[in-house]
Ligand binder design. Structure first.
Ligand code: ATP
Length: 283
């Protein structure tokens, strides 16, 4: 079910204002504004080369925007200005986690170790970088146990607890995708950014992904922002869809609103807005 029944964006977590990104003479993202609701699954879609990954890279700190403001509100209302932060600070302080188009697990590590590595920052903080930490004492010992418990609870949730000690590389592709999402969730993000999470999944794996993403929104209260080409995933699970074409935002609304928008139909079919509107209107 899409979220058309309830309004999206009731409680915006992220405001993207007038975002522009230029690479030399090419304007990859052109004056784009939108918001991401704190309790929503928000999808960013558009034809190849529309600028989706570039928007993603600006939000997650991999690119510094040429212009624009990216404001994420902390729990107490304090704003994080993401365009001023490094990718490390965006992850560790603003609590924005991401996955990539290509799976980036540590293939030689076990399934459990991949989730433990994700919690390295928390563990380092808890250790106080002290000698006691090496011996597993005090605060660090507790933090380490909590990290193991969190990792195991995520493995249970994605059905991989029994494979915790196997090498991540040996998992089927769909399981690796969900493990990558679990790894991002082990950093306890407020915003989870997923770059084409359904790419390469079969119908059954895609269904398992939908279930996982909906449970993250509902049970963990983590907002999800995803780029996705698979329209069946986008239309089924998104509350809010933003459409880019040639770097510009051409539509922004519920899945149903976007699906029926002549500009969107035109962009996907490669026809002009006028022709798309005429096709919509019928003979
Ligand atoms: N680092 C870069 N340097 C130069 N040009 C870039 C860079 N990154 C992206 N571009 C260009 O910006 C435009 C938008 O690319 P982007 O990857 O953001 O599109 P996309 O919507 O994610 O496409 P796809 O769906 O194919 O992944 C393209 O013309 C691309 O070639």
């Amino acid at each position: 079910m899409s979220g058309d029944a309830r309004p999206w964006d009731e409680n915006p977590l992220l405001h993207v204002e007038r975002l522009t990104m230029r690479f030399g003479g090419l304007t990859a993202v052109d004056d784009v504004s939108f918001s991401v609701g704190g309790a929503d699954i928000t999808a960013l879609i558009g034809p190849n080369g529309a600028g989706k990954t570039t928007v993603f890279n600006c939000i997650t700190g991999f690119y510094k925007p040429t212009e624009g403001m990216l404001t994420l509100s902390a729990n107490d209302g304090t704003p994080f200005y993401l365009e001023r932060l490094s990718d490390y600070e965006i992850n560790a302080d603003a609590r924005v986690a991401r996955t990539f188009q290509n799976i980036r697990l540590f293939p030689g590590m076990t399934v459990l170790e991949n989730l433990m590595v994700a919690q390295h920052n928390e563990l380092s903080r808890a250790s106080g970088y002290s000698f006691g930490a090496i011996l597993g004492l005090g605060q660090f010992g507790r933090a380490q146990q909590e990290a193991i418990d969190l990792a195991k609870s995520w493995l249970d949730r994605i059905g991989l607890l029994s494979r915790a000690d196997e090498a991540a590389a040996g998992l089927p592709y769909g399981d690796q995708r969900r493990l990558e999402i679990a790894r991002a969730m082990c950093t306890r993000p407020r915003l989870l950014c997923l770059d084409e999470p359904a790419a390469g999944l079969n119908a059954r794996e895609s269904e398992a992904l939908n279930t996982l993403l909906q449970s993250i929104r509902e049970e963990d209260g983590t907002a999800i922002f995803l780029i996705e080409h698979d329209m069946s995933v986008v239309m089924r699970i998104s509350d809010h869809v933003i459409v880019l074409d040639y770097g510009k935002k051409i539509a922004d609304g519920t899945p149903n609103e976007v699906r029926n928008d002549p500009h969107v139909i035109g962009a996907y079919l490669g026809v002009s807005d006028e022709d798309a509107a005429a096709m919509e209107a019928g003979p």
